[in-house]
Design a binder for this molecule. Structure first.
Ligand code: AMP
Length: 521
């Protein structure tokens, strides 16, 4: 914790680009490896200086103008993010492959003054910029331009200035722009660096998208803060991830549960000899982390058999960075997300607005220097999200033996059926034990009699079949009667977003057509 305080104290004194200046001490160390090459911290400083010069033109400070960019993971992405910071702008990383309407919404919502794109995203970004008369720059222009002379960045960017806007996934409402300051990001990084003992010898693999807090903060920012190396894949590819592990290129892996599920599938399809090689290579890593969605215990167990690692599960969100984590050293209890991280205060609150009694479920509230500043342009939504400086996460949890267990999003995963409150995540965990079920998601369907009915969307293992009454009979051993699904639909795949979260709002309509699925009265 003292390290976080010291960092924040230094930053409040005002240094040129606080999230960047530490790189001067890492000089020729390798910062980023991507399919195009290997880049040192000096390269990153030089290229980001070029980007900043180009963005500033003859000005001194972007004064928090929003610079939106759509660039695949790789060195240019990081150089642009740092360039925006060094020029005093707010970095707005956009999702790749998003439909044009979604990108237009994000660009308009943040009021971007400049759009930056690379060859992969040129057509869509160029046309969005043109339609709005926004300044547009390609990576080629930024990095190869001779006219943009790199100047030494002396500008003082104090830590309380806005640094980044990340958009929430918007599965229940329109995406909101989560604004973090340089100090917020530094605090989020400092907490993880301390808890997971990051060092400059670390080599982390990035296989996550770079428009989401997980890849941006937990992987890239933590690595670049500590002088570690980040191996960036332009997109997730399970075989490429395995190859990186097999080559001994990395010693840290951070991913979401669906990534681990896909890695398991590739391992299972490999020859015995290859399986043995891959499993041996895993033992060389020092840490493997899972988060951003509940980690099925079955995935944790299978991954342990394959890799020898008990995945470290953590909990966080865009607005707060990471809040809860299993320990780096010591027992990691499956199904739990451990305890508060350094510098993060967490409490569970009841509906009456007071802390819940021990052992009772409540809403997670978080306070600390890593908690975001505001939702962009939404002052009322921001103030409604805070109570006395505590941020309401909208997630429900319970503490068991001092360890937090996430029960799910209060609005989606906490079902009210027949007067009982039940956790969709708990039911999903139980259903996944069924030998025919590959994946499942539980939602509540509005019902006049029950309030909500428990409805399960299943993906079955190949060639298996399952009907509702046999599922209910089987599940009686592990679930109380009111938790048994009374509606069932079998799908080829669950709808998921870019970080593998199930988009539950799009499941609900599937149950509304009574003829389309299995149900009991
Ligand atoms: P995002 O802001 O996209 O990172 O989403 C944050 C949300 O993901 C949280 O509010 C939780 O609902 C969920 N989440 C994150 N980590 C976990 C976890 N380990 N277990 C269950 N849910 C999680």
């Amino acid at each position: 914790m003292w390290r976080i305080r010291r960092t924040l104290r230094m930053m409040s004194q005002g240094v040129p680009s606080p999230l960047v200046y530490r790189a001067y001490r890492h000089g020729e160390r390798i910062a980023i490896v991507d399919p195009r090459g290997t880049y040192s911290y000096k390269d990153l400083l030089d290229s980001s200086s070029l980007v900043a010069s180009k963005l500033l033109e003859n000005g001194e400070d972007l004064s928090e103008s929003r610079i939106a960019f759509s660039i695949p993971p790789g060195f240019p992405w990081a150089a642009v993010q740092w360039g925006v910071w060094r020029a005093g702008g707010v970095a707005v990383p956009l999702p790749l492959n998003a439909p044009s309407r979604e990108l237009e919404y994000l660009v308009d919502d943040c009021g971007a003054s400049t759009l930056i794109y690379d060859v992969h995203t040129t057509p869509i970004m160029a046309s969005i910029a043109k339609a709005r008369g926004i300044h547009a720059l390609s990576c080629d222009q930024l990095f190869s331009s001779r006219s943009a002379e790199s100047r030494k960045m002396q500008k003082e960017i104090t830590a309380d200035r806005r640094a980044m806007i990340l958009y929430t996934s918007g599965t229940t409402s329109l995406p909101k722009g989560v604004v973090t300051t340089h100090a917020n990001i530094a605090a989020q990084i400092g907490s993880l660096v301390e808890a997971w003992e990051w060092s400059s010898d670390d080599r982390v693999l990035l296989c996550l998208p770079l428009h989401h807090v997980h890849g941006i903060v937990n992987v890239v920012a933590c690595a670049l803060w500590t002088g570690a190396s980040c191996f960036m894949l332009p997109r997730f590819d399970a075989t490429a991830v395995w190859q990186c592990i097999a080559d001994g290129a990395v010693n840290l892996l951070m991913a979401v549960p669906t990534v681990y599920a896909k890695l398991i599938a590739v391992w299972e399809a490999a020859s015995r000899e290859r399986q043995a090689q891959l499993s041996l290579a895993c033992t060389k890593l020092r840490l493997m982390v899972s988060g951003s969605a509940a980690l099925p215990v079955s995935t944790l167990q299978r991954w342990k058999e394959i890799s020898g690692h008990t995945l470290l599960e953590r909990y966080g969100m865009t607005e707060i960075g990471m809040a809860l984590s299993n320990p780096l050293h010591g027992e990691r209890v499956p199904g739990t997300v451990g305890r508060p991280l350094p510098g993060v205060e967490v409490r569970l609150m009841g509906e009456s607005g007071t802390p819940v009694a021990a052992g009772q479920a409540g809403e997670i509230e978080v306070r600390g220097p890593g908690v975001f500043l505001e939702y962009w342009g939404k002052a009322n939504v921001t103030s409604a999200a805070f109570r006395d400086g505590w941020f309401h996460t909208g997630d429900t949890a319970i503490v068991e033996n001092g360890l937090y267990r996430i029960l799910g999003r209060t609005s989606i995963d906490i079902l009210k059926t027949g007067g009982h409150k039940v956790s969709a995540l708990e039911i999903e965990e139980a259903l996944r034990e069924h030998p025919a079920i590959a994946e499942c998601a539980v939602v509540g369907i509005p019902d006049e009699e029950w309030g909500e009915r428990v409805a399960a969307a299943l993906v079955l293992k190949s060639r298996d079949s399952l009907d509702l009454s046999s599922l209910r009979n089987w599940a009686r051993n592990s679930l109380a009667t009111h938790k048994l699904p009374s509606r069932l639909v079998v799908l080829d795949a669950l709808p998921r977003n870019a970080v593998g979260k199930v988009i539950k709002s799009s499941l609900v309509p599937l149950f509304q057509n009574a003829g389309a699925n299995d149900s009991v009265p």
